[in-house]
Design a binder for this molecule. Sequence first.
Ligand code: FES
Length: 166
Amino acid sequence: MHSAEKKHDFEPKVVAFVCTWCTYAGADLAGTSRMQYPPNVRVLKFPCTGRIDPVFILRAFQKGADGVLVSGCHPGDCHYMAGNFHARRRFAAFRVLLGFVGVDLNRLQFSWVSAAEGGKWVEVVTELTERVRAMGPMREFKELEQEEQWSATLTTPELQQAYESI
Ligand code: FES
């Protein structure tokens, strides 16, 4: 079998870190409106994107995610005033770092999805899932799982449980 065929055979695992006020509500709206989107997405909700540590993203890749989405309230709509602006700055710097360590940045997506945008949620997760499916499995950080020295910073029980189930 050609490697190109194998890439299309696999079901990508996508982890979505979302803020509970906007994107989680948007995803919920998509669900209750019976909109169809890939079942590959595991949603982890946070009070605000400002609370999502970049280490969580590394950890998700390391634990088996093939793609990661971070999504929250639109600029100006954050319930904690400027949490999403802080997050945007932090993640811009973090992307550079990820690129530096060799991660294909097409595996990581940032977006704004409001509580009213169930359709946009479907679009964003579908596009990311299909892009990652075409790229094939993410292997780089899974290999680091063996070593562990650099990643022991994340230990909250909730996240631990979520990562175990990826
Ligand atoms: S509350 Fe949604 S990004 Fe801050």
